[in-house]
Design a protein around this ligand. Structure first.
Ligand code: CA
Length: 193
């Protein structure tokens, strides 16, 4: 019998809500079948929120069996590795696309994951909202964000607050002037005389 005609049904359209739902590779916790081509499309039940996909277990054949996580046109491969800590992916749009491929030999348990709706880190409810509040620009990246601070400000250790630089600490003014630090800048005022 041609093994390629004996594929396990997998994949489908899923809807993420605020209640986490589980997704595993086919037949988990048994090993996944050979010759899989699974495709899941996870869309957001509310387009103003993003889809978070959290992988809590992953084990596959290093070379040839993999999960591809697409966010827009970008994607990331998970293959081979085993990890015991969670890997998070938060979509930049209201959907994520997953593809799980296996070849014709050697199978492993595969993956365990969950998906749910979350606020975009850069949204007013998001973890990085402070970036915009302190004058920075929050930029969503695949599964994460960056906070870009304006000139005269430095990113704080928290990763999402912009802190004014105190230029006066660098003795930037003439010796006969007094340095006054201002938000995002400084000024030198001549001493009397
Ligand atoms: Ca394989």
């Amino acid at each position: 019998m041609d093994q390629k005609l004996c594929k396990v049904a997998c994949g489908g359209n899923l809807t993420a809500t605020f209640t986490p739902k589980n997704l595993t590779s086919p037949l988990y916790p048994s090993v996944y079948p050979n010759n899989l081509e699974c495709k899941w499309n996870i869309s957001s039940a509310d387009p103003s929120y993003q889809v978070q996909f959290k992988v809590t277990f992953f084990k596959s054949e290093t070379c040839c069996d993999f999960l591809r996580i697409y966010d827009g046109l970008k994607y990331e491969y998970l293959r081979g590795v085993y990890f015991s800590i969670s890997r998070y992916y938060v979509s930049t749009q209201a959907w994520l696309l997953l593809r799980f491929y296996t070849n014709n030999r050697y199978t492993f348990p595969g993956f365990v994951a969950s998906y749910e709706l979350v606020s975009d880190e850069c949204s007013p409810q998001g973890v990085a909202a402070n970036c915009s509040l302190t004058g920075g620009t929050c930029i969503k990246t695949v599964g994460s964000f960056t906070c870009s601070c304006p000139h005269g400000y430095t990113l704080s250790r928290d990763g999402y607050s912009c802190k004014d630089n105190n230029e006066c600490l660098q003795n930037i003014c003439h010796s006969n002037a007094t340095c006054i630090n201002t938000p995002g800048s400084y000024r030198c005022e001549c001493n009397p005389g």
